[in-house]
Write a protein that binds this ligand. Sequence first.
Ligand SMILES: C[S@@+](CC[C@H](N)C(=O)[O-])C[C@H]1O[C@@H](n2cnc3c(N)ncnc32)[C@H](O)[C@@H]1O
Length: 274
Amino acid sequence: MNRNRSYEQREEAASSDYESFKENIKRKTGIDLSLYKEAQMKRRLTSFYEKRGFYSFQEFFNEGITKDEGVLEEFLERMTINVSEFYRNPKRWDVLSDIILPRLSSDTSRLKIWSAACSTGEEPYTLAILLKEKKLVPHYSILATDIDEIILKRARTGLYPERALKEFSNQVVQRYFHKEETGYRISEEIKDKVTYRRHNLLADTYEAGFDLIICRNVLIYFTEEAKQSIYEKFNKALNLGGVLFVGSTEQIFNPDRFGFKTEDTFFYKKVKNL
Ligand SMILES: C[S@@+](CC[C@H](N)C(=O)[O-])C[C@H]1O[C@@H](n2cnc3c(N)ncnc32)[C@H](O)[C@@H]1O
């Protein structure tokens, strides 16, 4: 009986430890951790702070995050996984290139595109290369955003290890990358097509007038409620006929509720204003 009580007490203490951590993080960074799936987030952050030698969320915040800018940066990096790839899930990019982009370009000379949660830049650069190669539309702009400033700095630098380019043909690598001592740097011509900006999908306002929004492999981290509110905001950010392209585990089960119609697997066309 006593043992049970102490287990419950421990659970309660752990839960209030995380609750006050969430409040502190929101005050310090504006990031609302309660909009991320809790079990997953707690596991990831606990293993991070334990590795750093802290014993609780409170200690992690007071002794780590508030005192050392490096810990705060690493916390942001660990919150979600930053892994990205050029041509991630190639078959989906083929659909984008062969079906979606030709339709979107058929009655306009200018495309406005948003790569949301772009991580280290592989996604917006893949798109810029694809548009350059296909010559579908004479003018296009790509806004690429992420919550993490450090990651955006790496995206702007645009330097990648050779293994990151494995999905590209030699021709494409030669055309759009320059070999340097430490890796391959994306060409200025491609970089110029992409504008990077910090943006928190859960808190900031969304720009409008997009023909295509690519938001892949971040929605899985969010609670159901947060996702639904994002789908509504994506609807408002897209032009009628515009498309939302999501990750390969992020199927929307009731797209019509958010004014979308499935155009292909993981591609949702906006068919009505909300
Ligand atoms: C797994 S990466 C996805 C990268 C790319 N879209 C892809 O699919 O390869 C997830 C990214 O989401 C970003 N992220 C996490 N929470 C975010 C938020 N609330 N708003 C914007 N970006 C966020 C992370 O910083 C990370 O770079």
